[in-house]
Design a protein around this ligand. Structure first.
Ligand code: TRP
Ligand code: ZN
Length: 475
């Protein structure tokens, strides 16, 4: 399957709307701010992580080690009450820093238990602690907030973030939407562990990432406690709410599986979800050990969404997936989730790899060979959209989920395989997942690794398939 895991024509939304600035800086802190002047410029955390595709995503000056999110969602009024406690380490002296948060109302911010100044500036929550934070200082930020979360519209017209459904919410944060439901450092450069405590009306289920630590019902509400131990990028967090049928088991490899399925999708999903353990086993053989202790699936009924997301440990589907989509989102657990991007420009490291995993699965399970998938794409004329831009340089955030990233990205890997042979190719894939496990990887690092393993100069190959405009000529 070569099409991205989304519908062919994205819905067009109203576009990003900047919100009015809400000034709520306490007097003492305002005075402190005014006194600071330009001399403190080097102590203000940057408003973005430096990604040209999404300049305001993420922030500078700190690393979030852990998020402790306590949420209560009323599926009737659509109101969300939230409290986020972030355990943070300053990477520079900070007199001020930003969190990403879009919409919602912030009712208080504390730093180490002391009220801090804060104001809203578009998607930035600007925090001024009472006392400057030293470089390397560890501190806690507590944000209390509430309101009706609203999804963001991405440059390609698709919605992400907290997307309401008829029975709850489909919560998918790639690339920008995490900021629609919790304040944080919303760029994959920063990875953190998470705890979620989510309260929903009795009869609804709240599904997040990692393992279920507990669940209890009282006074007509059920609270779910989830723990994601391995580092996770904010966009991979979920807190999907709905009426779900739940299935739990542990695989022969000790992975704790939790599947939540909307009844309307249950019949179509069942035969596919049954394959999850064997798909994870097959991928573990190819890519190395499964990177997380938990696994599973969330199969929602969200007909307007149009895509699935590789939410960490537990992919989220807008309807019953086919096997190819299950293979794709599962492959992302290694490529994208465990090994994360440092810039959205490198998105082919996620989507090209997950698409190539589909080709490999087909090849090894009685379907088309990867060569056949490649050939069918290569047969498309030079005017085809497949060749509209090179996958290693999509040009803007508008293109990151477009066909060239998925299909030509996978073609680049197939060309690599042809050049280095199967043995080195699979060594490269496994080494990539192993050496960058629970961390990050860049395209330059991948090229270097491929050259190291194969002993070949691969600059020309990667230049042609990742960076050259137009349809490449076959060597
Ligand atoms: N990463 C998803 C996948 O291919 C696709 C995706 C996530 C997406 N968010 C999106 C596609 C927003 C379009 C728009 O598995
Ligand atoms: Zn994908």
């Amino acid at each position: 399957m070569t099409a991205p895991h989304r519908q062919a024509s994205p819905r067009r939304g109203a576009g990003l709307r900047r919100e009015a600035v809400l000034a709520t800086v306490p007097v003492a802190v305002a005075a402190l701010l005014a006194a600071a002047g330009p001399a403190s410029a080097g102590t203000i955390g940057a408003s973005g992580a430096g990604d040209p595709y999404f300049p305001l995503s993420g922030n500078g000056g700190y690393h979030v080690k852990h998020y402790d999110l306590t949420l209560r969602y009323d599926t009737t009024s659509r109101h969300l009450d939230g409290k986020a406690v972030l355990t943070v380490r300053a990477t520079q002296k900070l007199t001020r820093f930003d969190l990403d948060l879009k919409g919602l109302k912030v009712t208080g911010v504390k730093v180490d238990g002391t009220a801090a100044g804060f104001r809203r500036d578009g998607q930035e929550l600007v925090v001024t602690p009472r006392h400057a934070l030293r470089k390397d200082q560890e501190f806690r930020v507590t944000v209390t907030y509430n309101g009706t979360p609203k999804a963001v519209t991405d440059p390609d017209g698709s919605a992400d973030g907290w997307i309401r459904t008829d029975d709850g919410a489909f919560v998918a944060g790639e690339p920008q939407g995490a900021m629609t439901w919790f304040p944080g450092n919303n760029h994959p450069k920063d990875k953190s562990s998470y705890d979620f405590t989510i309260t929903v009306p009795k009869g609804r289920t709240a599904v997040a990432n990692g393992v279920l630590r507990g669940q209890h019902t009282a006074n007509g509400r059920t609270t779910f406690r989830w723990h994601q131990a391995e580092p996770m990028a904010a966009y991979l967090a979920t807190a999907t709410v709905g009426k779900f049928k739940v299935e739990q088991y542990t695989t022969s490899d000790g992975i704790q599986v939790y599947n939540a399925v909307d009844a309307r999708e249950a019949r179509a999903a069942a035969p596919v979800l049954k394959k999850l353990p064997s798909v994870l086993k097959w991928e573990s053989k190819l890519f190395g050990p499964y990177p997380f202790r938990a696994a599973g699936s969330i199969v929602d009924h969200a007909p307007d969404v149009g895509y699935a997301l590789e939410t960490q440990s537990r992919p989220l589907y807008d309807s019953a997936p086919d096997v190819s989509t299950l293979v794709h989102e599962s492959a992302h657990q290694w490529f994208g989730d465990s090994v994360s991007l440092t810039a959205w420009k490198d998105i082919w490291l996620n989507e090209g790899f997950a698409t190539y995993a589909e080709w490999l699965y087909s090849e090894q399970h009685g379907g088309d060979s990867a060569q056949k998938s490649f050939d069918a794409l290569y047969a498309r004329p030079a005017s085809d959209h497949l060749w509209a831009f090179p996958p290693g340089d999509p040009g803007s955030g508008k293109n990151i989920f477009d066909t060239p990233v998925y299909a030509r990205g996978a073609m680049a890997l197939h060309e690599l395989r042809q050049a280095v042979g199967d043995q080195d190719f699979f060594t490269i894939l496994r080494a990539w997942a192993t050496e960058h496990r629970a961390g990050h990887g860049t395209t330059a690092q991948f090229v270097k690794l491929a050259e190291r393993v194969s002993g070949k100069d691969l600059d020309g190959l990667f230049h042609t398939w990742l960076y050259q405009q137009g349809k490449p000529n076959k060597a």
